[in-house]
Design a protein around this ligand. Structure first.
Ligand code: SAM
Length: 407
């Protein structure tokens, strides 16, 4: 059934700070005064004081509550949010089913802005991340010498988890500041280095500021592709560092881009794709159970929340996957349908990169090039190693790479 047209926004999404109604702007107050229904967390609804509207606390599961909001389409509805609803806030869920044109968003200061103001950090110089809607490991790709990170916390134990992650990577001297209940009557600050943080917990409503300071034995991992092989857990079956860097360059990671990594091994290419661009995601297709476990471990340890593990073999495993912006075939190019199936599903302007180390695989890529054009590249890497009392080149197995794109 086509929904009836609604002329003006019926839904006001009002950001509220920890100071509740006191901190609301006149526009936000008016939206609340004129509302028929107000949805929000119990704590936020209580903070409003007496209102004319019917108040409805969020229930579980949350998506069901959002579906309830939609049932009042056309009435005057307010949804209470924390801080800026558009920044790791409720708007993401609402926008899945309610058009932006039907919504009026009235933000208040986000936790990031409040924290930056207290620390004297310029927001544009800071990395922002949510360890509220995902694992604390999300901070990992942001850990760089000198980086400043603001992380929303899931609960009062998140800073301790972040401290552990920093110490494990040799960033124990990093300065942590936990800013709790900012702007509210229970505002509190707790600071210590990661090494000294230990298990201490803070209030659940906390934003964590991290000033990353490496120790001498820090593991510094760039977000640029070509991480050392030993940054990954692997069983030897992986695209090695130099070839991996060249391969990722050809795949050209893009913000919110989708990669299919066929025969993912330990997931090194998928992990680097996800680390290289904001919102990038990958489907790592791999039949070996043992390697699936490696992919999972690497995605978590190296901070690749957009990595989806797909157990199975190509091309059968392609079914149901979101269409890719880039495809990497690291093994199995000679298997019937692997190249064709991926090429068919590749988005316009998408890139396909296939590597082969066997003569059969190389022959397949040559035939593929005759049909589809593109570039055939031979990658030969050699490392200098001791040879007797001198040094000599130890060549790695050469790799033949086909690169092509769809117009
Ligand atoms: C679902 S997120 C919402 C963030 C919100 N959209 C914003 O712009 O602040 C909730 C998290 O924000 C952080 N947060 C929100 N208000 C805060 C406050 N007053 N003091 C400290 N942290 C706060 C906490 O990390 C909390 O777990």
């Amino acid at each position: 059934m086509t929904p009836r047209p609604v002329k003006s926004p019926w839904l006001s999404v009002v950001g509220v700070g920890d100071d509740g109604a006191r901190g609301l702007s006149p526009i936000a107050r008016r939206a609340i005064e004129n509302a028929d229904m107000i949805f929000g967390a119990k704590r936020q609804l209580a903070g409003l004081g007496p209102v004319r509207a019917r108040t409805v606390p969020w229930g579980a599961p949350f998506v069901k509550s959002v579906a309830r909001v939609r049932r009042y389409r056309g009435r005057s509805v307010v949804v209470l949010a924390t801080g800026d609803p558009m920044w790791y806030g409720i708007a993401r869920t609402l926008l899945r089913t309610i058009p932006a044109a039907e919504m009026r968003v009235i933000p208040s200061a986000s936790a990031f802005s409040l924290a930056a103001a207290r620390l004297g950090w310029l927001v544009e110089d800071v990395e922002t991340v949510s360890a509220h809607s995902g694992p604390t490991e999300r901070i990992i790709p942001l850990i760089q010498p000198g980086a400043r990170i603001l992380a929303l916390c899931k609960n009062g134990r998140t800073p301790a988890a972040a401290a552990r992650i920093l110490v494990e990577r040799g960033f124990g001297p990093s300065r942590l500041t936990a800013l709790s209940h900012m702007d509210g009557p229970k505002e509190k600050v707790r600071a210590a280095t990661a090494a000294r943080w230990r298990g201490r917990a803070v209030p659940d409503l906390t934003t964590l500021a991290i000033e990353c300071i490496p120790s001498k034995n820090a593991q510094v991992l760039s977000s640029a592709p070509g991480l050392p092989d030993n940054a990954f857990q692997h069983d030897g079956n992986m695209t090695k560092r130099d070839v991996r860097a060249v391969t990722l360059c050809a795949l050209a990671p893009q913000p919110f881009g989708v990669l299919w990594d066929i025969g993912a091994g330990c997931g090194a290419v998928s992990v680097e794709w996800c680390r290289a661009a904001k919102g990038a995601s990958a489907f790592a297709v791999e039949p070996s159970r043992k390697r699936l476990a490696l992919i999972e471990a690497n995605a978590l340890a190296l901070g690749a929340p957009g990595l989806n593990i797909v157990p199975g073999r190509a091309p059968a495993a392609y079914k149901g996957l979101a269409p890719p912006d880039a495809v990497f075939i690291g093994g199995g190019v000679a298997v019937t349908g692997v190249l064709e199936g991926a090429w068919r599903r590749l988005n316009p302007l998408g890139r396909l990169v296939a590597n082969a180390v066997t003569l059969e695989g190389e022959a397949r890529l040559q035939a593929w090039r005759e049909k589809h054009g593109g570039e055939l590249v031979r990658i030969e890497i050699a490392y200098a190693e001791p040879l007797g009392g001198f040094h000599g080149w130890r060549p790695q197995r050469p790799v033949t790479q086909w690169r092509g794109g769809k117009s």
